[in-house]
Design a protein around this ligand. Structure first.
Ligand code: ADP
Ligand code: MG
Length: 562
């Protein structure tokens, strides 16, 4: 027996199952596995309580697989899961763990797919059935004997199943199962409704509980950041500059917000996509696959759409919008720190959400430290660090291949190698700011600056508004101009990744204007309209002639509608 599988071997699971988990590289059982496996192997009913990411699937799959009789070609083990994603995930895990057990088959039964093939697979002798309650009931209506041979039942994420309204379906399924079966129930929380089910349908269950505090949450470095609601996108963009992440999931509350943030990130060159309930199931699966294999690095999701995502690459969770309750917070941040890795979770808190932060700290039993947005210097340092790291491996080879060209270019352009290299840098970095002044201009707003009180309060009351509303106003007819103001046009728009506040900040900083002398700012797709004072306009445009925002020239000029 190798050192690595020692922990699992001592638990008494089947040698073929042991071989399979060695092959996938599990070294030690997780705490819930160490406690639950012997109980389940001994045939007891059990209630297992542990947070997301603690390895509950293997906690029931390994012992249950060890108890299956491959010679009997009929359903023996039924696992109920709340969603199609989770059912598929569990089915896949079973296939992995059973890969060295000849003659053992798994079938997944869920809604949104034709019933015929599922029924056929069931009748072909799969011993393991992973199902969502709704679809399983549909099958039961056609064949009430379907579950008569089942000896073991697992309710996975039982609290989620009840939240999704599967109570009645569960009762139908219980009634269709033999009384003399083993029942194991897993749940992150044990509300009254779950205890009731346990009392009614489990026999002298043993309790296995892993405190959340010593699990998921402990491996995750958590921090919060105070921001105003309309500065969230800017805050996210700035955080991304300095956070060293592999893959990241950002949580927002609405479908629209998933689309808005994902496109703001894409505009900045990140490989980002939105994930929400409106996106078709197969497309959602593609998004998750892409996040797994690195075609995407950032997914912006709602809580519902992100349920059950298990991507080990995820190093960061950004809670851009506050979760609705502390449980969802724990669920969300459990998307990182998978399988014993370290993760980082950031929570954006608007001033009126401070109370929720305290509730989260109480429930998780941990302080969520406050951090501040990186300043321009830190952003610059991070950019230069990344630039240096990307150039390092090219040096030797590039000189060999391009050295002569460089000599020729310096001769033709009649410039120093230093001047040429600087020009190439500018080109290669797409005009991204690489001096302190440029970075400051790109990201002019820091919390508490240049947001007058009255405006701030308005945006807090409608947290989904703020900067986005200016984008959405796009197609409306132009508003009449107030006395003494003129409309000016900047050559930058939403597609350049800018928001109204970036323009505002740049004009305030460079133009030396008072905030209230700047009127409405409308960010359209490829340009923006800004109301400025007519008085002194020429001088102002002169001052702003070379101003850059987000690395690009503002090219501000008077706008005349025809
Ligand atoms: P839960 O159901 O508790 O949320 P999962 O069963 O989905 O957690 O497991 C989370 C991740 O941990 C999965 O990627 C799984 O492959 C991995 N995992 C589970 N057990 C172990 C283990 N003993 N060693 C290493 N990785 C594990
Ligand atoms: Mg699970």
């Amino acid at each position: 027996m190798t050192q690595e599988t020692g922990g699992f071997a001592a638990l008494g699971i089947h040698p073929a199952v042991l071989a399979a988990i060695t092959a996938v590289g599990y070294e030690e059982p997780s705490p819930i596995q160490a406690q639950a496996i012997p109980v389940i192997l001994a045939g007891h009913d059990m209630i297992g309580q542990a947070q997301t990411g603690t390895g509950k699937t293997a906690a029931f799959a390994l012992p249950m697989l060890s108890r299956i009789d491959p010679a009997r070609r009929e359903p023996q083990l039924l696992i109920l899961a709340p969603t199609r994603e989770l059912a598929l995930q569990v089915a896949t895990a079973f296939e992995t763990y059973a890969s060295q057990l000849p003659g053992v088959g798994v079938v997944a039964v869920y809604g949104g797919a034709p019933m015929g093939p599922q029924l056929k697979a069931l009748r072909q002798g799969a011993q393991i059935v992973v199902a969502t309650p709704g679809r399983l009931c549909d099958h039961l209506r056609r064949d009430e004997q379907l579950l008569s041979t089942v000896k073991h039942l697992v309710l996975d994420e039982a609290d989620e199943m009840l939240k999704l309204g599967f109570m009645d379906d569960l009762e139908v399924i219980f009634a269709a199962l033999p009384e003399s079966r083993q029942t194991v129930l897993f749940s992150a929380t044990l509300p009254h409704s779950i205890r009731e089910i346990a009392e009614k349908h489990l026999r002298e269950p043993q309790h296995v509980k892993i405190a959340a505090k010593t699990q998921t949450v402990a491996r995750i470095d958590q921090a919060h950041l105070m921001v105003h609601a309309d500065q969230k996108t800017a805050a996210v963009l700035r955080l991304l500059e300095v956070e060293e992440f592999d893959a990241l999931i950002a949580f927002v509350r609405t479908k629209q917000a998933t689309l808005d943030l994902a496109s703001a990130l894409e505009a900045k060159g990140y490989k980002a996509a939105a994930l929400n309930g409106d996106i078709a199931q197969n497309q959602r699966e593609r998004v998750i696959e892409s996040l797994k294999d690195g075609r995407l690095d950032i997914v912006v999701a709602t809580d519902v759409a992100a349920r059950g995502i298990d991507v080990p690459r995820i190093t960061h969770v950004f809670n851009v919008d506050m979760p609705y309750d502390p449980e969802s917070y724990v669920h969300r941040i459990g998307r990182t720190g998978r399988a014993g890795r370290d993760g980082r979770a950031l929570l954006l808190v608007t001033p009126r959400e401070r109370r929720m932060l305290q509730v989260i700290e109480r429930v998780t039993g941990q302080k969520v430290a406050e951090v501040h947005l990186p300043n321009a210097q830190q952003v610059l340092d991070a950019r230069i660090r990344k630039l240096t790291a990307s150039l390092q491996p090219l040096l030797a080879e590039a000189e060999a291949s391009h050295g002569e060209l460089l000599d020729r270019l310096t001769a033709e352009l009649d410039c120093s190698p230093r001047a040429l290299a600087s020009a190439l840098l500018r080109k290669a970095t797409n005009g991204q700011g690489l001096t302190l002044a440029e970075v400051e201009r790109e990201q002019p707003l820091v919390p508490g600056v240049a947001v007058p009180r009255e405006r701030r309060e308005r945006s807090e009351r409608a947290p989904e508004r703020g900067e986005r509303s200016s984008v959405h106003r796009e197609r409306r007819a132009p508003m009449p101009l107030p006395e003494g103001r003129v409309r000016c046009r900047a050559a930058l728009g939403a597609r350049d990744g800018i928001a109204a506040k970036n323009l505002l900040g740049a004009i305030l900083n460079e133009g030396g204007l008072a905030r209230d002398s700047i009127g409405r700012i409308q960010v359209r797709d490829s340009f923006s309209l800004i109301e400025l004072p007519e008085d002194g306009l020429e001088r102002l445009l002169g001052k702003l002639r070379d101003t850059r925002v987000a690395g690009k020239q503002l090219k501000l000029r008077r706008y005349r509608e025809d």
